[in-house]
Design a protein around this ligand. Structure first.
Ligand SMILES: [Zn+2]
Length: 418
């Protein structure tokens, strides 16, 4: 696809079926992470791409139907897991559990797809595992490779998997966190996993869970980078086509509600399906994850949340109130562009010094520090884009509230914090 900026799919990217149903249309959207640096004085040529969510009636996979050229998204990647303390602890915890399970880590080979800046690879090596990471982000992994970390700076493909298997041997564990929603050719990646995994090995992967998107109307998690929204139902069907099967699934609280899937080859010596996987499947059946009706309702809820938010902000603006946003993340990009919040908000607060001084993609609101909540031009109302952390933020800014300021939570329903 060289030269073309994106590919449009009118069939399912997992099973190839043309029986796909449009679930939601978020309009033309800039890249969620495309914050504009302070050094750019005049913004021109900012790109926007269609952003639509579709549902495959045949395999139940929910997906974005365009794919932006991977190098645009991932060659330079600014998300670092090592700066998020909870994630570092998360990876150390998994490495510890694997070490306990295997007894002799030195004899085990673990491959991580999308190793980001190496937090999990470091944790594995500290436990004695032989580990190998794969990641296309040059800026993140080249410095680690120079330090001698076992990382390949490229995309994980079937071809690469076969060459790893040949040179390093097959893997006891293939792990991936928050990456398998980002790959363009999902079948190539899963074929690679099947080729690299030992017959008794296991695939462990963490992804944002479709159930969280549905339950909390998290349309703000729908970005071009997040190409798939997995359920146990759709994952089972995808795995089956590659000779793999689920045997366990665990809901985990990271990244707005994720799920950790455990899969194996469907051969001899299989692990039995766990009770928690059975209960997750039951829940998905009960809530109709395999039927179009579940997604029609989602579309209605997304539209309703936008109408309610605009109605409230229009009213506040008419009464001369000043309004700001809080939490300049990708999620803020999606909400503010989808709802057209540029005309209501003066700026967006973010606690990260790296974000401060930039402008938000699409709406171009300046990103400033939390001091702005207290200055002469303090806002009367603040839209909490980081609504998953509303309790912590409100706690931190009690003074803003005691001076009469109010926080607005935009999702799942528009409301004021108490
Ligand atoms: Zn499909």
């Amino acid at each position: 696809m060289s030269g073309k900026e994106y590919t449009y799919f009118n069939s399912c990217r997992s099973c190839g079926s043309r029986e796909i149903k449009h679930v939601a249309d978020l309009g033309r959207m800039p890249l969620a992470g495309g914050f504009i640096p302070r050094s750019v004085k005049k913004i021109r040529g900012e790109k926007r791409y269609p952003l639509q969510l579709v549902f495959c009636k045949k395999c139940a996979l929910v997906q974005v139907n365009i794919s932006i050229r991977p190098d645009t998204l991932f060659k330079y990647y600014y998300y670092r897991s090592s700066v998020i303390a909870t994630l570092v602890r998360h990876f150390e915890g998994i490495a510890a559990r694997l070490a306990k399970k295997f007894g002799e880590p030195k004899k085990r080979f673990v491959v991580e797809i999308g190793c980001n800046d190496g937090s999990f690879i470091k944790a594995l090596r500290a436990r004695g595992f032989r580990a190998l990471g794969v990641d296309p982000a040059r800026n993140l992994v080249q410095p680690l490779i120079k330090k001698g970390m076992p990382i390949l700076n490229t995309y994980f493909t079937e071809k690469l998997a076969r060459s790893i298997a040949k040179e390093e041997g097959k893997a006891d564990v293939i792990f991936s966190s928050n990456t398998l929603a980002h790959v363009e050719d999902i079948n190539d990646v899963f074929a690679g996993i099947a080729a690299l995994l030992k017959d008794d090995g296991q695939l462990i992967f963490e992804v944002h869970y479709l159930g969280s998107l549905l339950k909390e109307t998290q349309y703000d998690m729908v970005y071009h980078e997040h190409q798939y929204y997995y359920s146990a139902l759709s994952v089972s069907r995808l795995l089956r086509r590659h000779g793999l099967e689920l045997f366990d699934a665990e809901l985990i609280p990271i990244h707005a509600g994720s799920v950790r899937f455990y899969a194996q080859k469907n051969r001899a010596g299989k692990r039995l399906e766990t009770a928690r996987l059975r209960s997750l499947r039951k829940k998905e059946r009960h809530e109709n994850y395999g039927l179009v009706s579940a997604y029609e309702k989602l579309d209605q809820r997304i539209r309703k949340s936008r109408e309610d938010l605009i109605e409230l902000l229009e009213k506040l603006k008419k009464n001369g109130k000043r309004i700001a946003g809080y939490g300049a993340s990708g999620r803020a990009t999606i909400i503010s562009n989808y709802c057209g919040l540029g005309r209501f908000l003066d700026y967006c607060v973010d606690d990260s010094p790296l974000k401060q001084g930039t402008r938000m993609p699409g709406v171009h609101l300046p990103v400033v520090s939390a001091n702005s909540l207290y200055g002469r031009k303090a806002p009367d109302y603040v839209v909490l884009f980081a609504w998953a952390f509303s309790r912590e933020i409100v706690q931190k800014h009690k003074k803003f509230v005691s001076r009469g300021g109010r926080f607005i939570v935009p999702l799942p329903h528009v409301r004021f914090t108490r």
